[in-house]
Unconditional design. Structure first.
Lengths: 491, 798
């Protein structure tokens, strides 16, 4: 058993055996390393001022990801190389093409968000298939807030920087690869310090054994939620067990019975495969958190924490997903909606963890639509999320309906009365009207800062109308969506 | 390469061009990057490489302690007991301080009202009010400890909203202001048509990316050196001295740059600075207070929300005849800057329009919420939103295009030119700008096309609006309109510029460097700007009211001119040429037939014992204001502009998207077109955010529910307009003798967001075939829009 983690910060190798479970990458950089280029803006992963670049060797490929250092724990860097804004200049002192473009095009005013933007921009410039399209750049930068510029010059700078073919990191690729290869270690690690214990299993068997032995430990995958327990609730984490280093939980599989997403798979990696099956799920995932959040946060973590306002659960409940749980050597499955029992209460025993989720392939007659409604299109928690999976025959008969909502109840929940009002009906104005009435009996939403009860009830019914407009075979389909800069997901 | 700038200066009537006379020899060419040309931000390279130092990046002095506040969890209560034992018991905690530990005055009212204790005494007046501070070796320990206080309260009725304050007959934090001209009652009665209404205008969190922070280091014999992320170092200095009960000459406040301010660090920065100083004083160690974002948002004041009631008389042609308005604002628990903020709302409740008979009255209401404060526009935008609502109402009532109502009612020149505060508008150009913009962006054709398209679109509707801004430039507190500077030339010919203004991203330091470059003919690398410090330039005003470049620029120019006079006088004597034959040019100093390098001239002057350093001073001429009579000339001049916005709204969800925005803005003869365009683009987005997605929500207990970016949403990258065209008004030098005939540009463009609000309203109006004014309140969140649509549908058509 290893008793340390290893990683690189720029060219500097670190082998640490005194890592507290709670130390964030940001605090380590600023307070221990005195590297102050990376800024703290919000300490909750919403502003992106702390964005850093993490490169890992995955399937023998270098994978570059922008993440929020404020909600990444230091121990999560095991096996990775971390780059901060301090690492961007060339050895001769010249600026990185992204930095130069930001200077040239007046992309900074107060400059406080700038290092974070620059890191997100560098990450985007390294992304395979990065385009100079506004909508793609918007997505890459959705997790970086700027209060001064209004973003226009930053987007221009991104476009300019994309014209450069090579940067330092590309020139140093072989060296990075060599270093990361040397860091790869199949051995499980456990670090015990007075501040607490960090367990880094490498296989799901090790995870199962560790968690069974320490069922009060906190499971952490991407830390995009647990990070805030530490930075905002000031909660202690005496023992954490990592999910993200477990290789066999990092898998996406096209199984005969459906698409398998392992517990360690971040949203970013799952997005394409899911979107290929359910374009609207892909579109909602595009708007979950931000690039940085999706690079860390996992599909299953979004389920595991049992949040009533997580976007993943209603999407996958409507799709008929099956959750796979494991406790020690015992495995069981359950339909995803059964996992959520009541507010803060899930069907998960002590020491039991999610291994993955299986999303059945959509049948040809399935009409699947999902709509996220929030005050801001990007990186905002939903006021309401509605997901509709309707099986409609050629003749227009609804033979099956799975409708799930987030933000409408204390848990992500199916709209059973609405489903009942639709199944067996022709998909017409009358059925719509009945469904709009039924949905008012399905939910008793609360009022909060994201929307009042009235708003949630009204929009829930209106999302049925939108779904009807999009799926009932209108001859002239009206415009129904504003989200995103793309015309529509189905355009 | 040098750039020639065309200067078509139309002088203010009867004015001597003090600017031209101030400069001994006008430069025919401007060095590249010199004032009136574009230059990159002086810190741009440091920004992008993480090398720019902000407060929390300053290397920490040995033995530094961390300070974290303990906040009230009641909106209005008497503190019955305060048990801090558990706080003190946390390892690493050095001490816990309350108001009793403040050596001087427990008072930080910036306006001398003595209504703002630094730490609460026996009462708390809002949820989030600092009651004590934890001083610890480590910030994490301090944050944990601060939550362990056991406080018992006797809760008292809390007044949270404008409506509650009015109902309870709540106190005012400031004297109400009345502005009037003509006889509004008669005007309203005699008007052929009349309508009245009300608009609710939401507040706004500054959301500077760098939160409030300060570092205090004790020195010899009571000295206190303070680094503070403040827009007003002098006030911070005075407050720290006041709280510590020592003279100002023992306190030095320094700030190199802020990570955004927007008004939120004008007075609010005093609190962390004073608390850090109190901790430093108590421990004898350097002390830093850097607020966590949530604490920052819960503690500090924001933009005032308003309820404005209006009564307007007009005729069928859309002419405004009389306007009566009451502007009520939620000021929070103390006066802070609410008085002048609400006054400025009244100063702008006319926007660009002449009201023949007019009366404006203010209600600065005291509430048990954060003490609202300065925020870009300082009340002006709220007044303008109300003025533009009136335009809209008249347009719907008469069936006219709102743009035509606007054009019909703008101030005239020589006639219809008197404001409600009896200042004559000498240069009304709002109509010209609107007309030019409407043509440039094809407003009228697009408006017709959108209306037609809306008829065939059941769910998504589009709207368009073109709105002007006329913004008064100067502090309405006349004495603030002064500035100082200190310029040194060293014997190697390098120049250092200091001035009283602070850099918060707006490019002020860049512009000051550019003035020195232009005057001396030097390149950027030869002019260095330093941190702002009360030790170099004392008794300064806040960098606020868009005045930074106007005031400090003239002070810098004054300092430079004094040195230039000495150099010219020396050179004329030394080289035996006439003073008129000496010019500071990019290629060197032309002295008659001889070209001398700037360093060579400087060195020669030094050996001849010529002083190479000078201070500079400026005070804005012409201005005066008497709040008692409601009369005066509070503004040196007005800045103008117009914006045209096209939006799409979703009638099923209330979601909105900005499709296109065109802006034409008056920056006079811009000091730096690139920076000014940046101010306009950024100001617009901030203004649009204020009026759409940025919503402050308090719960019933008076706790701010939206206290982090997870719940308070400022515009993100994809919220910018899909098409965004911004231009500066060409050949429009300031008619007043400002620094190189430029105009202030910080606040006016914020108002352009109003076009978005009105475009949303236009889209909503399609529900009633454009016959009814939607009376859309702000912020026009999706829910607000959906509610308005719902209300409109329920109305029968008139």
């Amino acid at each position: 058993m290893r008793d340390h983690i290893q990683f690189y910060l720029g060219d500097q190798h670190y082998r640490l055996s005194d890592v507290s479970p709670e130390t964030t990458v940001l605090d380590w950089l600023r307070e221990t390393r005195h590297l102050t280029g990376t800024k703290e803006g919000c300490n909750e992963g919403d502003c992106g001022a702390c964005t850093v670049l993490v490169v890992r060797l995955e399937n023998n490929q270098l994978v570059w990801k922008a993440v929020n250092a404020c909600i990444q724990f230091l121990w999560m860097l095991d096996g990775a190389q971390l780059f901060t804004v301090e690492n961007l200049r060339s050895p001769d002192g010249s600026l990185h093409p992204v930095q130069q473009a930001m200077v040239d095009l007046h992309g900074s005013q107060c400059g406080f968000c700038t290092p974070g933007f620059v890191m997100s921009m560098v990450a985007y410039s390294k992304k395979a298939g990065a385009t100079a399209k506004d909508e793609d750049i918007n997505d890459a930068l959705a997790g970086n807030l700027c209060r001064c510029t209004g973003y226009a010059p930053i987007v221009k700078a991104m476009k300019q920087a994309l014209q450069h073919t090579q940067d330092n990191f590309e020139r140093e690729q072989d060296q990075i690869r060599t270093r990361l290869t040397a860091l790869q270690n199949a051995e499980m690690a456990e670090i015990r310090t007075p501040a607490g214990t960090v367990t880094l299993p490498r296989t799901s068997d090790q995870l199962a054994a560790s968690y069974k032995a320490a069922p009060d430990a906190t499971l952490v995958a991407g830390a995009t939620d647990v990070g805030l327990w530490v930075t905002k609730r000031l909660q202690s984490l005496p023992h954490v067990i990592s999910v993200s280093g477990v290789h066999d939980l990092r898998k996406i599989d096209h199984r005969p019975e459906g698409l398998w997403i392992g517990a360690g798979v971040p949203y970013t990696e799952a997005q394409q495969d899911i979107a290929a099956l359910f374009p609207d799920v892909g579109e909602v995932i595009r708007r979950i958190g931000s690039t940085q959040v999706r690079n860390a946060g996992t599909v299953c973590g979004n389920i595991g924490n049992g949040s009533p306002i997580g976007d993943g659960p209603p999407l996958f409940i409507a799709a008929g997903a099956i959750l796979h749980l494991r406790h020690g050597e015992t495995r069981r499955t359950l339909p995803l909606e059964k996992y959520f029992r009541a507010y803060g209460q899930q069907d998960r025993k002590k020491g039991e963890f999610i291994e993955g989720i299986l999303i059945p392939y959509p049948a040809p007659a399935l009409q699947y639509r999902a709509y996220k409604v929030s005050k801001r299109f990007d990186q905002d928690i939903s006021a309401i999320l509605g997901a509709f999976a309707l099986t409609v025959t050629q003749a227009g008969l609804i033979t099956d309906a799975r409708i799930a909502f987030g933000g409408m109840a204390a848990i992500p929940k199916r709209a059973s009365a609405t489903e009942a009002a639709l199944v067996g009906k022709m998909w017409d104005e009358r059925a719509l009207s009945a469904a709009r009435d039924a949905i008012q009996t399905d939910f008793a939403p609360l009022s909060d800062m994201r929307g009042s009860e009235w708003y949630r009830r009204t929009v829930a019914a209106n999302l049925l109308t939108r779904c009807f407009a999009e799926t009932s075979g209108m001859t002239q389909q009206p415009e129904t969506r504003l989200a995103g800069w793309k015309e529509t997901a189905h355009g | 390469m040098a750039e020639a700038v065309k200067m078509q200066v139309k002088l203010a009537s009867g004015e001597q061009d003090t600017l031209e006379s101030r400069r001994a020899t006008p430069n025919p060419v401007i060095v590249t990057g010199g004032a009136s040309t574009s230059l990159k931000h002086e810190s741009a390279r440091m920004h992008v490489s993480g090398e720019a130092t902000y407060l929390d990046d300053i290397p920490e002095p040995r033995g530094l302690v961390h300070v974290v506040p303990g906040l009230s969890t009641k909106a209005h209560a008497r503190i019955l007991s305060l048990d801090l034992d558990a706080v003190r018991a946390v390892p690493g905690v050095i001490c816990v301080l309350t108001h009793k530990d403040i050596p001087g005055h427990n008072q930080v009212s910036p306006v001398g009202k003595n209504d703002e204790p630094l730490l609460a005494e026996d009462m708390v007046f809002y949820y989030g009010q600092p009651i004590f501070i934890v001083v610890a070796e480590d910030r994490h320990q301090a944050r944990k400890a601060a939550r362990l206080a056991k406080i018992t309260y006797e809760e008292l009725p809390a007044i949270l909203t404008i409506a509650q304050a009015r109902e309870a007959g709540s106190a005012l934090v400031w004297r109400p202001l009345e502005m009037k001209r003509g006889d509004v009652d008669t005007g309203l009665i005699n008007a052929p048509r009349r309508l009245s209404g009300r608009i609710t205008i939401g507040g706004q969190e500054h959301f500077y990316l760098e939160g409030q922070a300060a570092l205090a280091q004790p020195g010899e014999e009571g000295e206190m050196r303070v680094w503070s992320s403040t827009q007003h170092p002098t006030e911070t200095q005075h407050m720290v001295a006041h709280v510590l009960d020592r003279p100002s000459n023992l306190v030095t406040v320094e700030i190199r740059r802020m990570g955004g301010g927007f008004g939120g660090k004008e007075t609010q920065a005093n609190i962390p600075a004073c608390l850090a100083a109190v901790a430093a004083n108590a421990t004898g160690r350097a002390a830093k207070m850097r607020l966590d974002r949530d604490d920052d948002m819960i503690m500090t004041g924001k933009r005032h929300d308003f309820v404005v009631e209006y009564d307007v008389g007009f005729d069928d042609a859309g002419n405004i005849l009389a306007v009566d308005m009451v502007l009520a604002a939620r000021c929070g628990w103390s006066a802070d800057l609410s008085g002048p903020v609400i006054d400025r709302a009244l100063f702008h409740a006319d926007n660009a329009y002449f009201y023949p008979d007019v009366r404006f009255r203010s209600e600065p209401l005291k509430t048990n919420t954060q003490s609202n404060t300065a925020y870009r526009g300082f009340g002006g935008p709220q007044g303008i939103v109300a003025a533009e609502r009136i335009i809209e109402e008249i347009a719907f009532a008469t069936g006219l295009d709102p743009l035509d109502v606007r054009l019909r009612n703008t101030y005239g020149t020589g006639t219809r030119d008197l404001t409600p505060y009896h200042m004559t508008v000498e240069d009304s150009i709002a109509s010209e700008i609107m007309t030019q913009l409407a043509e440039n962006c094809d407003y009228r054709t697009r408006r017709e096309a959108l209306r037609e398209a809306n008829r065939h679109s059941p769910y998504i509707r589009r709207g368009i609006a073109l709105t002007p801004v006329k913004f008064g430039i100067s502090f309405t507190a006349t004495h603030y309109n002064q500035a100082g500077a200190l310029v040194h030339i060293y014997t190697d010919g390098s120049v250092q510029v200091n001035h009283g203004g602070t850099e918060m991203g707006q490019g002020l330091h860049t512009k000051m460097v550019q003035i020195a470059m232009r005057e001396f003919g030097l390149t950027e690398d030869r002019v260095r700007i330093t941190a702002t410090t009360t030790g170099k330039v004392p008794n300064t005003s806040a960098t606020a009211a868009s005045s930074g470049a106007d005031l400090n620029g003239m002070a810098v120019l004054d300092a430079i001119s004094k040195i230039k006079h000495r150099l010219i006088s020396f050179a004329a004597d030394h080289w035996q040429v006439s003073e008129q034959d000496i010019q500071f040019r990019p290629e060197g100093v032309q002295i008659g037939e001889t070209l001398v390098s700037f360093p060579a001239l400087v060195k020669a002057a030094y050996f001849a014992r010529v002083s190479l350093s000078s201070n500079g001073f400026y005070k804005t001429p012409k201005i005066s204001w008497n709040a008692e009579t409601g009369r005066g000339r509070p503004f040196y001049y007005f800045a103008y502009g117009a914006a045209c916005a096209e939006v799409a709204i979703d009638l099923l969800t209330g979601e909105t998207r900005i499709e296109r925005v065109d802006i034409l803005h008056d920056a006079g003869q811009s000091l730096n077109p690139a920076i000014d365009i940046g101010q306009i683009e950024g100001g617009f987005i901030q203004g649009a955010g204020w009026l759409t997605m940025e919503e402050l929500v308090w719960d019933k207990a008076g706790k701010l529910s939206t206290h982090a970016p997870s719940t308070y949403k400022i515009p993100a990258c994809s919220d910018r307009p899909r098409i965004f065209n911004v231009s500066l008004l060409e050949a429009a030098p300031n008619r007043e003798a400002t620094i190189f005939r430029s105009k202030a540009v910080g606040e006016p463009p914020f108002v352009h967001g109003v076009a978005v609000l009105q475009a949303i309203s236009d889209a909503l109006a399609s529900l009633k075939n454009y016959k009814i004014c939607p009376q859309l309140d702000t912020p026009a969140t999706p829910e607000c829009i959906l509610r308005t649509a719902d209300r409109l549908r329920a109305l029968s058509e008139v």
